[in-house]
Design a protein around this ligand. Structure first.
Ligand SMILES: *Cc1c(COP(=O)(O)O)cnc(C)c1O
Length: 423
């Protein structure tokens, strides 16, 4: 039996109905934007392995930083202790984050980063004796799979089985073109009730919804409404963070800064699972008290794992290098060229580009479900052709490692064009 067959015996994969799933390719090696399976077949990783890998697979600079850290101090508990790499990383993050962010809380993944933000929003009010127990979120949002994160998420079949056990969340429309007024109006009505602790949002791009995009101007207005009515704003930049939108953070496109930010995915360049939630001084001060009970009683065993911190420090240095900034701009320009070429294709409904993110919607007669037939047909076609793309319903998007070569990118575009012929 090869790896692909042996996998089925014990492994339970994410988002997978195993009764109908095929054998999965077993990847044995990765380099830059390429992956190889056990049969030697080559794949272009056009979605950076779920948006985590901007600098390429098996990056020697990050690998070296990890090795150095592993052979100096692989881990120490962060309860009652600190260590050099966490101090350095927090200092570095404060330098690059929006200027109102002052405190860094470490955890393990995007969901926990969101979980922490929501718990902080609720406990901040609890500590002050204020009753604000609900959250506002966008329709079709994705904030993760743990309970509070899932409650904030709006993709229905992800959360259907758990309705009734979830935190109370009210949804407003995503302010895509034409929906701005509805979104603003609803938010304004909600914040006036004084029942809401926070508004959580994916700034400018909703990743899991299919790279749905909206303008910075309307985000500015939404954030201003929250600020004027003392509702905390939580920017979930788990996907958008670290250069994806063309700026370091999507929040850098707006003047109104969020109260909290959630980061993970590209934080460690796609190597070690790690996440952070960042806060303003004001929020931190809501927990700063002689009363022990007002502390944030949240923590994970691997909080601020030194190896993860070392990988993150190396990743941020790579991101800030001139070479990487040139790569981001190059990928962006190529996307714009491809957009010009494809947008009038008879089977294309719309296209959109922001930073290194490209998305196109295929015209369909009926509403395509998230994991529907069209989606599966496209996915299989891409995999057969050695390109890793995971369409969402009728939406095909590209979010490649920034170091993807021009030739590889052209192959991705051509494969999408060919796919349009088979649908
Ligand atoms: C992926 C994602 C999450 C969840 O992160 P995990 O590491 O999968 O738990 C949360 N928010 C956004 C915007 C994401 O894209």
């Amino acid at each position: 039996m090869n790896l692909s067959e042996r996998d089925k015996k014990h492994n339970w994969h994410p988002y997978t109905q195993h009764k109908t799933a095929p054998n999965f390719p077993a990847i044995v090696k990765g380099k830059d934007a390429l992956l190889w399976d056990e049969n030697g077949k080559e794949y272009i990783d056009a979605i950076a392995s779920w948006w985590v890998n901007p600098f390429g697979h098996s990056n020697p600079i990050i690998a070296d930083a990890i090795y150095q850290q592993l052979t100096t101090l692989e881990h120490v508990l962060f309860g009652g202790f600190t260590h050099e790499t966490a101090v350095l990383l927090s200092e570095k993050l404060i330098e690059i984050l929006p200027s109102n962010q002052h405190k860094i809380f470490y955890s393990d993944n995007g969901s926990t980063a969101v979980e922490v933000a929501i718990k902080v929003a609720l406990q901040y009010n609890h500590n002050k004796g204020v009753k604000k127990t609900k959250i506002i979120a966008f329709e079709d949002a994705f904030h993760g799979d743990t309970f509070a994160a899932m409650a904030a998420s709006g993709i229905s079949f992800f959360t259907e089985a758990f309705q009734g056990s979830l935190l109370e969340v009210t949804r407003i429309p995503v302010p895509t073109e034409g929906n701005e007024k509805r979104s603003l109006l609803l938010l304004e009505n909600l914040v006036k009730t004084n029942e809401y602790a926070a508004f959580i949002y994916e700034p400018l791009v909703q990743g899991a919804a299919g790279m749905v995009m909206y303008a910075p101007e309307v985000l500015e207005q939404l954030l201003t409404i929250c600020k004027q009515n003392n509702v905390f704003t939580i920017a979930d930049e788990v996907m958008t963070g670290f250069g994806k939108t063309g700026k370091t953070f999507a929040s850098d496109y707006v003047a109104q800064k969020p109260d909290m930010m959630c980061l993970s995915k590209a934080l460690t360049g796609g190597t070690i699972p790690m996440a952070i939630t960042t806060f303003t001084q004001e929020i931190f001060d809501g927990f700063y008290d002689d009363d022990t009970n007002k502390a944030l009683f949240h923590g994970h065993t691997f909080t601020a794992n030194p190896t993860g911190c070392a990988a993150a420090l190396a990743s941020i240095e790579l991101l800030q290098s001139h070479e990487m900034q040139v790569n981001i701009e190059r990928v962006h320009q190529s996307h714009l060229d491809f957009q010009m070429q494809i947008q009038n294709h008879p089977k294309v409904k719309t296209t959109r580009v922001l930073g290194v993110i490209f998305a196109l919607e295929i015209k369909t007669d009926s509403a395509e479900s998230y994991y529907g037939n069209l989606r599966n047909k496209l996915y299989n076609f891409f995999i057969e052709n050695g390109v890793i793309l995971r369409p969402v319903g009728n939406i095909v998007y590209i979010l490649p490692p920034y170091i993807i070569t021009e030739n590889q990118l052209q192959k991705v575009y051509q494969t999408i064009e060919k796919a349009l012929e088979i649908v």
